[in-house]
Design a protein around this ligand. Sequence first.
Ligand code: HEM
Length: 543
Amino acid sequence: MACSYKIDANHRSDSHVRTDNNFTLVEEDSSSDDYEDRVNYKDVIRKGNSELESSISDPRDEATPDNWIKRNSTMVRLTANHPFNSEAPLPRLMHHGFITPIPLHYVRNHGPVPKASWNDWTIEITGLVKRPAQLTMYNLINSFKSKEFPVTLVCAGNRRKEQNMEKKTKGFNWGAAGVSTSVWRGVPLRDVLKSCGILSRKKKAFYVCFEGAEDLPGEHGGGGSKYGTSIKRDIAMDASRDIIIAYMQNGENLSPDHGFPVRMIIPGFIGGRMVKWLKRIIVTTEESKNYYHYKDNRVLPSQVDAKLADEKGGGKKVTRVEVTMDGGETWYVCTLDHPEKCSKYGKYWCWCFWSVEVEVLDMIRAKEIAVRAWDETLNTQPEKLIWNVMGMMNNCWFRVRTKECELQGEIGILFEHPTQPGEQSGGWMEEKHLEKSSNSTPSMNTSSKTFSMSEVKKHNSADSAWIIVHGHIYDCTRFLKDHPGGTVSILNKAGTNCTKAFDAIHSDNAKEMLEKYRIGELITIGYTSDSTTSSPNNSIHGT
Ligand code: HEM
């Protein structure tokens, strides 16, 4: 007997006055004048929070500069323990629907989280402005009218693990949950720039740059500098873009991981533009030369030309979502649910949800279900993954494989996603590329030297930091201060076998660099998987 099944999933499209440090959920003006959404945010947020376990001081943060921050322990960590880069388990993210509780919102950190004080924090506005200013949080909140509305943030590296299965990129393994939606409150950037007398384009004020707080780790790449990026002046000053300097998320002060006390929110742009722990806004003639703007976060899919790139930029409504069960021959049109209503400029800043009814037997027979969305300008997702070296902007059809299975005597369907995030195994995609040097055994003059696990374990400090990767031993001591991921991330793994973590995080280039530090091989007695607790009897050798 045929029965039907409903597939539900999400698809992303891409005034209150403060008197002290205690914020409460915003009571006045909570639906901004621009937005009149169907969702009652306060209720959704309260419900989401009530379902969530308390955040904890996680033992994984103990030996890191972030040990003062409480975090949700179910977040999947993508770059070992530190810096904190994480996404929620996908079913948990989806369970919460339109608004993501703060502890489950994905986090992208390049280094330790700055310890900020609300009362001492200032934002400098400088460069091509008539009246440079140094705003305190008090000035910011009391001198400008704030706005509050929901925005979906997406990491440009979301779903990068699929790209890494094709060929390793320069980035680590984001699964499909590097995307989240919150209600953000802040002051319009354009109001602040206007009050500082931003110069005109005639006076060559072409860009607005944003800069974060602390110097980032390492001495190469972005290391030693602050996180920074820029947008065009015309975008910054465009009221319809809804760009805000945000100080509240889901009715609370920003959390440390999301930029306390203040960050940029630039709807429709990648998360990488939304500088956290914002310290400086600089109006310039040139685009930001910051490493993270120029080298790290700059990719457009190959079908986008210069004209299209200028035209797009988010805010388009997702108008159609389709599901195929025959590899794209025929498509089911899905029912859409847009909890958000558009801004007065006709922009949409949040994800929407889709559902479709299909026959169970068709779904079992199909073996693969794929979904693609269209926006109002008929821009759609590409069928195939487009690999790029930074592993950014993967937005190809999402394909889930189905398999018939038996569950307690009943017939069930097993759904398999392309990948699982980070170091987690699973997913139907197979790794295509061969592991580079960290897996190989190049001829090295040191390869004859062997060490036992108990010897390696002793080298677990900044004075001597050894790691094991694929059975080879590396002395990272002299590289600690240069490491783009920071000293702490290596020290956390020093004295252990960190093969799995190393491979999951690093590019082929990093794997080649590793060879410089190789000092010998681990004595092989048995085999264990990647572990920080391998006993001397359970030494590892590469496979
Ligand atoms: C001598 C040993 C190591 C070398 C040569 C090395 C090299 C690099 C390089 C070149 C990068 C920049 C990204 C890339 O090109 O892949 C990087 C980033 C990073 N590494 Fe290492 N690494 C080493 C050891 C480790 C260890 C043991 C860990 C911890 C498991 C680690 C964690 C990280 C993290 C968290 C990042 C930052 C990723 C990001 O925020 O984008 N590294 N490393």
